[in-house]
Design a protein around this ligand. Structure first.
Ligand code: MG
Length: 452
C-alpha cells in the first residue's frame, strides 16, 4: 500500500484512513496527549461532515476529559470558524476533526494552539514526543471536567470579523446572483446564511446538506466542479463559489462557467487586501509572479516560503503580513480576520471587488498580471534525486537558484520550481513565463534535463 494511505503523524496533525489506521483508541490517546500538553482548561472541538466524525469526536472528548480538560463542543463548523472561536473564548487550544480535501474514508485531527493557529514546529515536536512517551495527565474522579455545547456564537463571531473588512452596504446593494457548491461539508451550515442574510445575495446552491455524503471529489478543482459550472450557466449567476469539506479553501467559477486558476483567486484577494491593510505579502515558492507585480504596485514586499500552510503562516506572523496564501492550494490567509485559510474572507473580498469596480469576474481576472503556467510530474529512481537536481541547476547556469524547498531557478521573466513529493518517488515540476511559447520551452528543457 502506498505510504500516503498509512497513518501520518506529522506536520498538520494526525491523519489516516478510518478505521484501519486512524483508530478510535489512537484518537483517544492523542487527544489525551494534547490535553496534557495544553493543560487544564477549555478545549474547543469541532468537525466536518464525514461519517467517522461523531465516532472520533467521542474519542477526542474522552481523551480531553481524561486529561482534566473541559470540552467546548461546537459540532459541525468550518475549520477557520473553529480557529477563531478558540482565540475568542481564550480556550487552551482546539481540535478540528477533518481530513480537509482528502477522500471521505480519511479523517484527521487538526491541532490549534491558544491563538487558534496551527501548532508551530516546536509545539508539534513536543506534543509528538509526549504522545510517544504516553506520560499523560490522568484526572482524578473529582477533577474530571465537563462537555458544554456552543450556542451558535462561533459562526456570528467569524462572520462579524469578515464583514468588518469589506464594504457590506456596497455588496448588499448589488443583490448579487450567486451559485454555491459546499460539497455537503462544514460550509453547508454557514455559507448560505453568510451569502443570503449577511451579504444579501440571491443564492442557488447545491450540496448544502451536512447529513449527506460528499457528492463529488472533495477537492474543489476544475475537473470536479462541473455541476457548479452548469448551475452558474443555468441560473445566470454572476459568480459560483465551491468549498472543500472543512471550508478553508475556496474555488471560484466565473459568469461564463469557467473555473478560475487558484493563483488568480489568490491574486484577486491580495489586490483587495493591500488596498485596505498595511504590511507585506507571504506566498510559497510555487505561487505566481502575479503576486510580485501586484505587491510592487502597492509598494509592498513579497516573502517566499517552502510549500505548506504551516510555513506560510509562520513567516506571515514573523513579518506581520497583510495577506498570504498558497496559489496552487486555493487558500487565502488574511490575518486581520484570522491567521488561517478562510473561504469566507475570500468570498467577501471577491464580491467587494465586483461591487466596487462594477466588473464581472472574468473582467477582473483579465485585468490581473498575465502569466502562463505549466505543471507536471516526473518519476525518478530512488537514489537519483540529488543528481537530477544538480543536472537541472547545471543546465541553467545563468539562472538565480533558490534551494530552500527543492530547487527553484529564476530569470527576470520566468521560473521553474522542482520539488520531490513527500509520499512517492515523483518530482513535481512547475513552470511560469510571460508567454505560452516561453513556458513550453522552459518546461520541455527542464523535462529533458530531469529525464536524461
Ligand atoms: Mg481544507
Amino acid at each position: 500500500m502506498p505510504r500516503e494511505h498509512l497513518l501520518k503523524i506529522g506536520v498538520s496533525g494526525v491523519r489516516g484512513v478510518v478505521p484501519e489506521f486512524l483508530t478510535p483508541s489512537l484518537t483517544l490517546h492523542f487527544a489525551q496527549a494534547f490535553g496534557t500538553y495544553v493543560g487544564r482548561g477549555r478545549v474547543v472541538v469541532g468537525r466536518d461532515t464525514r461519517l467517522s466524525g461523531p465516532m472520533l469526536q467521542h474519542a477526542v472528548n474522552c481523551g480531553l476529559l481524561a486529561a482534566g480538560c473541559d470540552v467546548v463542543d461546537v459540532g459541525i463548523l468550518p475549520t477557520p470558524t473553529i480557529q477563531i472561536y478558540v482565540e475568542h473564548i481564550r480556550a487552551r487550544g482546539g481540535i478540528g476533526l477533518t481530513a480537509s480535501h482528502n477522500p471521505p474514508e480519511y479523517n484527521a485531527l487538526k491541532l490549534f494552539n491558544k491563538e487558534g493557529q496551527f501548532f508551530n514546529q516546536y509545539e508539534r515536536n513536543e506534543l509528538i514526543d509526549l504522545y510517544h512517551q504516553s506520560d499523560f495527565t490522568q484526572a482524578t474522579n473529582a477533577e474530571i471536567g465537563y462537555v458544554t455545547t456552543d450556542p451558535g456564537l462561533a459562526k456570528a463571531i467569524h462572520i462579524d470579523r469578515v464583514l468588518a473588512k469589506v464594504d457590506v452596504e456596497r455588496i448588499r446593494r448589488r443583490h448579487f446572483r450567486v451559485a454555491l457548491d459546499a460539497v455537503n461539508g462544514a460550509g453547508s451550515v454557514m455559507t448560505p446564511g453568510f451569502l443570503v442574510d449577511s451579504l444579501n445575495c440571491r443564492l442557488d446552491a447545491i450540496a448544502i446538506d451536512p447529513t449527506k455524503v460528499f457528492p463529488r471529489i472533495a477537492e474543489p478543482r476544475p475537473d470536479t466542479l462541473g455541476e457548479l459550472a452548469a448551475l452558474v450557466l443555468k441560473t445566470g449567476a454572476e459568480v459560483g463559489f465551491a468549498q472543500d469539506p472543512d471550508a478553508d479553501r475556496l474555488a471560484i467559477v466565473d459568469e461564463n462557467g469557467r473555473v478560475l486558476d487558484n493563483d488568480d483567486v489568490l491574486a484577486l484577494a491580495v489586490q483587495r487586501a493591500l488596498a485596505v491593510v498595511p504590511g507585506p505579502v507571504v506566498v510559497n515558492l510555487t505561487t505566481s509572479s502575479a503576486i510580485d507585480d501586484i505587491a510592487l504596485a502597492f509598494g509592498r514586499k513579497v516573502y517566499r516560503t517552502p510549500v505548506g500552510e504551516a510555513n506560510v503562516v509562520e513567516t506571515m506572523q514573523a513579518v506581520k503580513a497583510a495577506i498570504g496564501g498558497e496559489g496552487s492550494a486555493g487558500g487565502v490567509i488574511f490575518p486581520a480576520v484570522q491567521l488561517c485559510r478562510d473561504s469566507f474572507t475570500a468570498m467577501a473580498f471577491l464580491l467587494d471587488l465586483m461591487a466596487e469596480s462594477g466588473k464581472t469576474v472574468s473582467e477582473l481576472v483579465a485585468a490581473l498580471p498575465q502569466y502562463v503556467r505549466k505543471s507536471g510530474k516526473v518519476a525518478f529512481a530512488h537514489g537519483r534525486l540529488g543528481g537530477l537536481m544538480q543536472a537541472l541547476e547545471e543546465g541553467f547556469p545563468e539562472a538565480e537558484a533558490d534551494r530552500s524547498d527543492g530547487l527553484k531557478l529564476l530569470w527576470p521573466d520566468r521560473w521553474v520550481h522542482v520539488r520531490a513529493s513527500n509520499t512517492e518517488p515523483i518530482l513535481r515540476v512547475f513552470v511560469e513565463a510571460k508567454t505560452e511559447e516561453a513556458a513550453e520551452k522552459l518546461y520541455a528543457t527542464s523535462w529533458g534535463l530531469l529525464t536524461a
